[in-house]
Design a binder for this molecule. Sequence first.
Ligand code: DGL
Length: 268
Amino acid sequence: MNNNARRPVGIFDSGVGGLTVASAIHYNLPNERFIYFGDTAHLPYGEKSHDAIRYYSLRICRFLLENDCKAIVVACNSASTAAYEVLLEFFKDKAVFVNVVDPLVDYCCQHDYHRVGLIATHATVQSGVYDKQFHVQKKSVELYSLATPLLAPMIEEGFVNNAISRSVLETYLSDPQLKNIDALLLACTHYPLIKQEISEFFHHKMPVLDSTEVTATALKTALAEKELLSDQKSGNDQFYVSDFSENFLRTTKLFYPEKVNLEQKNIW
Ligand code: DGL
């Protein structure tokens, strides 16, 4: 086996959202050890400028590379759309990179969806990256993108499955742009945490697609191509946040009921 294969996989997001992707990686690639970084000091990324998101993402990737990561999963749509190209420019020779946009677009294009709705942060919608990707891969897809900036902070606060989340979702999802769509893309990694509520709004009749499983599969393929798939877990997963919050710990425990190593790390 390649000597580098047992090095960890780095995963990052602004907060708890990337845990939805980390969890899919944990179940689909059980031999991989990962280091998670939640940049809770700077969330929400979706309301920051692209320059700020690039700056944070570069610094986090440097930290993950200093911690010997063989691969980095940009488990945040705002960072995947605003910073991915820059990350490749700086670090593509140092690690395998995977983002959350390409796998979701690829998956959607394999299905017979024509009118596709998308909900995401302002940063993701304004980047126009999804529009460009669909234009390149499947011109027949009509994309209707809606910025839903309250959702990520609401989820970070733990407001899920309650009267507030239902009311916020109802307001956003009733938008005329989302009428007559064939599928809805959750283009923010926080949103799988409220996927059930979103599906309920559409009476479970709408395909609601997210990037968790497809990103885990994309990582597996990318690691296999470089012969970097680990055959054995080489230690415990590690979780870092830039600012400690009880909610982060609570959400981490939803995915990892076993003991979690969570450390606050100031990398700025
Ligand atoms: N989870 C993130 C995303 O996929 C960021 C949400 C935020 O911090 O605004 O865009």
